[in-house]
Design a protein around this ligand. Sequence first.
Ligand SMILES: *Cc1c(COP(=O)(O)O)cnc(C)c1O
Length: 824
Amino acid sequence: MAERSIGQIARIIDARPILAEHNTMVSRFLMDSRQFSSAQGVLFFALRGKNHDGHHYIRELIKKGVCNFVVEELPEEEFSECNFLIVPDALAALQKLAHEVRLESTARIIAITGSNGKTVVKEWLSQILQKQFEVCRSPKSYNSQIGVPLSVWELEPNHQVGVFEAGISEPGEMERLERILQPEMGIFTNIGTAHDVNFRDQQHKISEKLKLFKNTKKLVYQKDNSLLSKAIETFASEHQVELLSWSTSIPKVDLFIDQVETENNTTRFKGNFKGNRIEIKIPFVDEASHENALHCWRLALELEMDTGLLSSAFAELEAVEMRLEMKSGTNGNLIINDAYNSDLESLRVALHYLEHQGRNRKKVLILSDMFQSALATPELNLKVEEMINRWELDQVIGIGKGLQESRIKLNAPVDLYRDSQEFLRNIFKYRFRDSAILLKGARSFRFEEISARLEAKSHETVLNIHFDRVVQNLNYFRSLLKPETRVMVMVKAFSYGSGSYEIANLLEFHQVNYLGVAYTDEGVELRKAGISLPILVLNPEQSSFSDLIEHRLEPEIYSLQQLKLFSESLKTMGVSEAVAIHLKLETGMNRLGFVQEEMDELIGALQDDQMIRVASAFSHLAASDEPAERDFTFSQIDRFRVMTEKLRNALGYDFLRHICNSSGISQYPESHFDMVRLGIGLYGVGANPTDKKHLKVVSELYATVSQIKQLKPGDSVSYGRSFIADKPTTLAVVSIGYADGFRRSLSNGVGEVAIRSKRYPVLGRVCMDMIMVDVTGSDVKAGDQVEIFGPTISIYELADKMKTIPYEVFTGIGQRVKRVYFME
Ligand SMILES: *Cc1c(COP(=O)(O)O)cnc(C)c1O
């Protein structure tokens, strides 16, 4: 990690400095105020994006003790104790600073780009080169306009090699990354066929990516007869780049692999390299791993690594896990599992996640030694210590000899164990309860055994929910809104089946303005989990009013009688401050809501009541997703406008107005009013082709094969014997039934499931907890994962087959199905 004084940084980035203290040292950058952990040595870059302006967070950060800022504009208030560096473009300033750090480094820089495999190649190459060199690599998949500068900032004088990945989403970006990285060598992994909106075509995408290598000396690529290898060859001859080629099919390359043998879980490659016979072995058998490993091999050969080190490095390659996994554990615990190769940056991300998801729970960190780091152990341990001490933890458990010998000094109580087994023998001592437990272990420590011990045992059917997709979908809808329009997200019905506080927590983190639930109990759950956003309750029953008030929930009020009851209970409870309510207006749905004729009486009642404040007035569109009903929808919107105008004039104060649900947001952009209510769209289901294109379904439902059975002609399957085999048939019993939401109407071939992307039909009737599927002629075996909906079978298809809509499929997924959360 580089360190510079604020004065030096001002000079490097050509800023106009307003300095309270020239010599303040900066060692870390912050771009996102939500990632704040401690103010020590932090420089905040106020970046401006499409839906975001970092300048808005300056005040809040100053309160937390941050005192160094790169800004495009000074805040209006004066903060005389703080350092401000004023620049025309904060992102460009960050990049300029990184460029400077790069110029000072003597490390040989290797840059990796391509559509797939960048992160794995970067990680593997670092794992390999670390055997012989001091290596700096980009953390996780930091490959963007912000990620690359942050990665380069990690370069230190002792580094001999830097391995960085670079990714782009639009033309022009690669030139900036090239200027920062100035790589000496490169790897172009491959090019995907997916169409990216920002590029004209494949050729255009390739030529933009190649700009990363315009000044490199050497470039690794796979020679075959593709568009990509042709383009690379032309580019190399134009820019005097030496090509380092490998191939499994074309002998005229530097590294020709002529034998690929796989057995058990390993692959052995043999080939010719400049006249010599050479070989390596890797502990992976899939094709993507083959390609990634061969890229690394060709590059490592160029660095003339010691042959013995090289072969042991390949044999020991570790899988690259890029996501955090969150599950519920026994005794109300929450288990966060991060098996990502342990590096400091991923530890920081994971601790941040623990803090954020853990909320009011006790926080426990179970950490193993960190292996893959260029730092010598004592120095690394100091950094680990500093990193961990930035957070408030209740218990730390260190596993491994390195930690045991390090005498690590932490603020939290620490227990050290030699290995996972020793800890497991002592785990009973801890009585973890209502705790958030972060498992952060290098693979060889086998933390999965610890995780298995802590997890709640359940039915082997899981709904996997991907947080990154939730955020992508949210951002898509945000991009359709004016910056000032607020967002309420509907998290009713267990967040459309995908979890309650987990989703709410994520949304709070991403600063939505309101949450909406159906019943008071749902809101109380969220409050108990520590959610502090305002929450609207759509259907507050009279019996729940006191819970509602106690937990600061805000009721929908839809009738005069209900208003009266609510107002009376406020009096009985002796509430002393005005309570926020939300008026539901009837405009055409004919469900709950005040009709036009009731408005005068409603206004009268509200004017008389000092204890009630109208926070918003809203209505609901009956057919926002029906193009044929546009006239009707416009009539609803008009009626809403008239009713709310009247209300506003009479009340004499302003309140929020909102009418659009998910499809309303994209179909009626002129009618967003002050807020929108996002529901199904957040979960990735779109009602029209444009939305569908931008959204990604957030969840995937999986079961497992419990048993395989052979049927003879004449054997029948399941209740009622509705299926009778007419030929030898193989069936798989699968762990899902109608109690989990796999409807009985999917019986007898109506429904299908997918195993390793192949479809198999349901045989006979669906039972409560199980189904049978026809897997004749396949190699399906007990324990295989079975997709119910996901990459092969879409939620739309499943809903169609159940003769319903995705809403009902999501909300029909049984409570006993375990929810597992992933964060990329
Ligand atoms: C459920 C609900 C929404 C969200 O609707 P989607 O179609 O899922 O976007 C919005 N408003 C109200 C009142 C709702 O009940």
